[in-house]
Design a protein around this ligand. Structure first.
Ligand SMILES: *[C@@H]1O[C@H](CO)[C@@H](O)[C@H](O)[C@H]1NC(C)=O
Ligand SMILES: *[C@@H]1O[C@H](CO)[C@@H](O)[C@H](O)[C@H]1NC(C)=O
Ligand SMILES: *[C@@H]1O[C@H](CO)[C@@H](O)[C@H](O)[C@H]1NC(C)=O
Ligand SMILES: *[C@@H]1O[C@H](CO)[C@@H](O)[C@H](O)[C@H]1NC(C)=O
Length: 204
């Protein structure tokens, strides 16, 4: 009897220590470990700006400024970097936050360069706003791989060249903003049969 009790107590202690989320020991709380690593890489790639001062290592990333976690899964579902003193390019690591629903970089005049191709990994993305930045190069064709997009805003940048005709393949898009760039060429013929039914299109 005694022995059985002791065994049960030891077994329970073992189970409790092995089943409790590691978060109780590691200070990162609810934060998903993979999202945590990626966010710290993003912060570093942006030059550790003051705007992301709340992104402190060994704290719960779901409490950090400029992002949101899903309440159930604790995965990062929204990243909104808006109006700060931040210089550099959009870090390619944003493509490694696989549960993102909303991605916004807005009103950051020192964000330059191209849109990283890695964003095509964000298969769940529905809202993409990269506006009032100083992005350059062509409007990338690969954005059309984000087939769940409802809202695409790329206005107020320095994009050049044509509007990709592949953009007509979006089936869920409700709004497309490309105004205030330096686009050239004509509106793609494919836009005559846009798959998204309700698309409001504000060209140049
Ligand atoms: C959070 O994730 C769950 C499970 O994937 C999903 O059902 C729910 O809609 C999400 N909540 C929000 C607010 O997106
Ligand atoms: C993304 O933005 C849309 C529109 O602003 C909002 O309805 C949706 O709840 C947001 N999703 C998340 C995960 O914050
Ligand atoms: C942009 O960069 C310039 C030059 O480094 C700097 O003077 C300016 O304050 C920066 N602006 C913002 C909004 O970060
Ligand atoms: C782009 O940068 C220039 C300064 O180099 C600035 O005057 C302009 O406002 C920026 N564009 C946007 C959309 O922020």
């Amino acid at each position: 009897m005694e022995r059985t009790h002791l065994t049960i107590i030891l077994l329970s202690a073992f189970l409790v220590s092995s089943l409790l989320p590691h978060s109780l020991n590691a200070a990162t709380g609810r934060c998903n470990p993979s999202d945590y690593e990626v966010l710290l890489k993003i912060k570093q790639a942006l030059g550790n700006p003051y705007h992301l001062a709340s992104w402190v290592p060994n704290t719960d990333c779901c409490d950090w400024y400029a992002l949101q976690c899903n309440d159930t899964t604790n995965r990062v579902v929204e990243l909104t970097i808006f109006s700060g003193q931040i210089s550099g390019q959009i870090p390619s690591e944003v493509g490694d936050l696989p549960y993102l629903d909303n991605l916004t970089f807005r009103k950051l005049s020192n964000i330059t360069g191209p849109i990283p191709q890695s964003i095509t990994k964000l298969k769940r993305l529905r809202f993409l706003r990269l506006s009032w930045l100083n992005l350059t190069g062509p409007v990338p064709d690969f954005i059309s791989e984000l087939s769940n997009l409802i809202f695409l805003e790329l206005n107020f940048n320095k994009f050049t060249g044509p509007i990709p005709s592949s953009f007509s393949s979006f089936t869920k898009l409700g709004a497309l903003r490309l105004d205030r760039n330096q686009l050239s060429g004509s509106i793609p013929e494919s836009f005559g049969h846009f798959k998204g039914i309700r698309t409001r299109f504000i060209p140049i």
